[in-house]
Design a protein around this ligand. Structure first.
Ligand code: TRP
Length: 346
């Protein structure tokens, strides 16, 4: 459509249900961007296998969980296209083709690869090394120009841009060099003030009950220097206030609460009670939509299939163009052979 600012491709690996960190960090931004961009939202299940290939039984369930959370958060399948990566072999095909242009030394210097190899203590696979090439294929196959991601993904986007440039130099203008779109919201810390991460157990899932949410909030890390409610408290670096800033619509009351906290006039329990209420109130509409969707998993599956089918011809068109430019013709082999013969006899 003419008034669109451009095309977005972004996605998540389906590692489990989404938590409030995903909501604040990415999903709210995506939901807003749907109004001005043509959006493709990718469930990157192939990417999960780069580390979790030994747990195939988890993926199906997590794909549905993620799709359900996205829809509940406001991803609108009438405006945006939801895509299941593994259902479109074109993603893997473009990965192979772009792989010809990706230097191994360059991939070995990718910070996430180095981190994973150190952390996971596993024999690094070709698949893990090629992780950012697959991600580049995800983006370039739709010729997306804008990629909303967190800062941790910037190295992957840089490699995508390099591959696009290299391809364009070698074979002629084909891909736009995609730009990162960083979320305007800072990352939410975990309940224990470390990075919010499923494996740390320090997250609040979107699908949780209000009771579970309240229980987790009451156990949150706060200001460790504070023993009594009358001690002056620290607001900066205190995740309870970071969450209030992200979820409490009443900015004036939050400002007042902060100044009381700094002055030692309000206790942690009271602040946490407010946060539990604010969080549950703010998540209630999402949770209601989620419950509705979760009781109709077939509807969620249909939305994912319909989006994937809508994306398929877009991906296929790019593959045909790339095959052609790289000297491989994607057309009927007989027809191609005839054309080649008649043009060489001329
Ligand atoms: N690597 C991304 C992450 O872990 C997920 C992802 C896969 C992605 N393909 C993508 C993000 C393409 C943006 C664009 O969060």
């Amino acid at each position: 459509m003419a008034e669109w600012k451009g095309r977005i491709l972004t996605g998540h690996r389906p590692t489990g249900p989404r938590h409030i960190g995903h909501l604040v960090g990415t999903l709210q931004t995506w939901v807003d961007l749907q109004a001005s961009y043509e959006c493709f939202f990718l469930i990157a299940d192939l990417h999960v296998l780069t580390t979790d290939y030994d747990h195939p039984e988890r993926i199906q369930k997590n794909v549905l969980e993620v799709a359900t959370d996205w829809l509940a958060a406001g991803i609108d399948p009438d405006r945006s296209t939801l895509v299941l990566q593994s259902a479109l072999p074109q993603h893997a095909q473009l990965t192979t083709l772009l792989g010809m242009l990706a230097g191994v030394g360059r991939l070995e210097r990718n910070p996430t690869y180095k981190e994973q190899v150190q952390e996971l203590n596993l024999q690094p696979s070709l698949g893990l090394l090629a992780y950012p090439v697959l991600q580049a294929a995800d983006i370039l196959i739709y010729k997306a120009d804008t990629v909303p991601v967190g800062e941790d993904q910037l190295p992957h986007l840089e490699l995508t841009r390099e591959l696009a440039r290299r391809f364009n130099q070698l074979y002629g203008e084909t891909f736009p060099e995609p730009q990162a779109y960083l979320s305007p919201h800072p990352r939410l810390p975990g309940l224990d003030n470390r990075t919010m991460h499923t494996s740390y157990g320090n997250q609040i899932y979107l699908s949780e009950t209000p009771q579970e949410t309240a229980r987790k909030v009451m156990g949150m890390y706060t200001d460790p220097t504070r023993i009594h409610a009358t001690d002056p408290g620290h607001v900066e670096g205190n995740p309870v206030f970071t969450y209030l800033d992200a979820f409490d619509p009443d900015k004036n009351e939050v400002a007042e609460l902060k100044s009381h906290y700094r002055a030692g006039k309000v206790g942690d329990v009271e602040v946490k009670r407010r946060l539990a209420e604010v969080l549950n109130r703010s998540l209630a509409p999402l949770r209601e939509r989620r419950a509705g969707l979760a009781s109709h998993p077939d509807r969620v599956r249909e939305i994912l299939i319909a989006g994937t089918e809508k994306a398929r011809p877009v991906a296929q068109r790019t593959i045909e163009e790339v095959l052609e430019k790289m000297g491989l013709k994607a057309m009927n082999p007989l027809k191609t052979a005839n054309e080649t013969m008649s043009s060489s006899s001329r």
